[in-house]
Design a protein around this ligand. Structure first.
Ligand SMILES: *Cc1c(COP(=O)(O)O)cnc(C)c1O
Length: 456
């Protein structure tokens, strides 16, 4: 007999993880090394330390240590908003009339409104410990910038955020949250950097892109004494910090003898999905259990399902190390009608390798169907989900409806990464029936991939 499952499972404080889990340690095929963009040789710790904090550069390169201690100060900060609840979606199950059991791990319970704070606080901590004055970063939708502003104000670090121009204009409240936490926010491309000025000259009136904002932030970090660049997704170190999501979830599942059959997450750069699945993937890699993992991405930015597995630049300005990953090409920009986030051209190299090895699946979904799922979810489970998270909701609902047809009582687990209060423009479009879908053509993707760097 299994114990009755509560609506919400909160781990007791004494059970909170005190180590992160590094899934690379259990991977037979390790992710390919980062390459120096100039020499195409594997990036060394010394080279990476010029861009990233030294401790974070070490974590980036560490593929052997399965567990890495979470410093006490970070554990203490986590306690302000963690554990995140593992919720049994009883109301959604009932609404769908499915025999499936649905669970979600909710990461939206902090001011940044997403899981990004889990890595922001770690990165700010190591920057402070290294004696830095501040950090620079980019933000697209704004969640990462907000999370980093919160973490920097806690650690007394300066924080310079380059915000993709279209979001800067569409989400003034996000910007004000960041400023409230003491960050400076600059719309990108801007005239404060060389690369920004170059892009503005070439594409006057551009809406900006993540790749471009990254280049500006890196330029400022590498040209300002006492500053480093920090990134909120894609990198190995970020997946490591986000493993807190999966570790808590796994403990909660074990406590109540919950055995997920399917684990689903939305995938932009891969950090929440990587964090959620890592410990479960570890069990799968060690042959202790099996799970079906599904990455969900927008049909308008389909890096896993339609991209190439190749070395590519992480940024438009081509200053960051090269990474081997599923990519649409660093110049790829989703069509302007795309509203749902997850617009990065590449994918975590860890997830890329796992996908390449057939250990994880991927699906792409169109945004109107994503907002349809978001609305269904909001109406029965109470939480107004972020558009990004709603990609996972879409596929969780699809899987639950399949169970209704087959009568299977599968256990479905998905990551609910955040709330969508700052995305009401997108919801408004959907509610007005004005949201459209766009799927890039094969020719468009091929044209973007033609610019991949040539690596022998
Ligand atoms: C940033 C973000 C994502 C996507 O980023 P990943 O690195 O792929 O996890 C998903 N959901 C929310 C709410 C976000 O803020």
């Amino acid at each position: 007999m299994s114990k009755e499952i509560p609506y919400k499972i909160y781990l007791p404080e004494s059970e909170l993880p005190n180590q992160w889990y590094n899934v690379r340690a259990d991977m037979k095929n390790k992710p390919a090394p980062l390459l120096n963009p100039a020499t195409h040789k594997p990036a060394t710790l010394e080279e990476l330390s010029q861009v990233f904090c030294t401790e974070l550069a070490k974590q980036e390169l560490d593929e052997n240590d399965a567990y890495i201690d979470i410093p006490q100060e970070i554990q203490d900060f986590y306690k302000m908003y963690r554990p995140a609840p593992l919720v049994r979606a009883y109301c959604l199950e009932k609404a769908l009339d499915t025999p499936a059991k649905i669970y979600y791990k909710f990461e939206g319970n902090n001011t940044s409104g997403s899981h990004k704070l889990n890595s922001a606080i770690a990165q700010a901590y190591y920057a402070k410990k290294q004696g830095l004055k501040g950090v620079t970063t980019e933000t697209g939708a704004g969640q990462w910038g907000t999370a980093l502003s919160m973490a920097c104000s806690y650690m007394h670090l300066d924080c310079k955020v380059y915000m993709v121009k279209v979001s800067y204009e569409q989400k003034p409240f996000r910007r004000e949250v960041m400023r409230t936490y003491g960050a400076s926010v600059t719309p990108s491309p801007s005239d404060t950097t060389e690369i920004g000025r170059k892009i503005l000259k070439e594409f006057p009136g551009t809406n900006g892109s993540l790749g471009c904002a990254i280049s500006e932030a890196v330029e400022v970090a590498t040209h300002t004494e006492g500053y480093r660049y920090v990134l909120g997704s894609v990198l190995n170190q970020v997946l490591l910090h986000q493993s807190i999501i999966g570790l808590e979830t796994m403990k909660a599942c074990d406590m109540y003898d919950i055995k997920p059959d399917v684990i689903i997450g939305c995938a932009g750069g891969g950090s929440n999905l990587g964090g959620l699945i890592s410990p479960f993937m570890g069990r799968k890699l060690r042959g202790e259990a099996d799970y079906q993992f599904i990455a969900v991405e927008p049909a308008s930015c389909p890096s896993l399902t339609r991209g190439a597995f190749a070395y590519d630049f992480c940024d438009t300005g081509k200053v960051c190390p090269l990474q081997k990953m599923y990519t649409l090409g660093s110049g790829f920009m989703p069509s302007p009608n795309h509203a749902g986030g997850l617009r990065y051209h590449g994918m975590s190299s860890i997830l890329s390798q796992l996908y390449h090895d057939g250990l994880m699946e991927a699906r792409s979904v169109e945004q109107t169907s994503v907002f349809d799922a978001a609305t269904k979810f909001a109406r029965v489970e109470g939480i107004l989900p972020a558009p990004e998270s709603s990609h996972a909701i879409r596929v969780a609902i699809d899987e639950a409806l399949k169970c209704k047809e087959t009568g299977e009582e599968k256990t479905i687990l998905f990551g609910l990464t955040g709330t969508g209060y700052f995305d009401m423009y997108a919801y408004e479009k959907f509610n007005d029936g004005k949201m459209s879908d766009y799927i890039p053509t094969d020719e468009e993707i091929a044209a973007s991939l033609a610019n991949l760097p040539k690596i022998d």
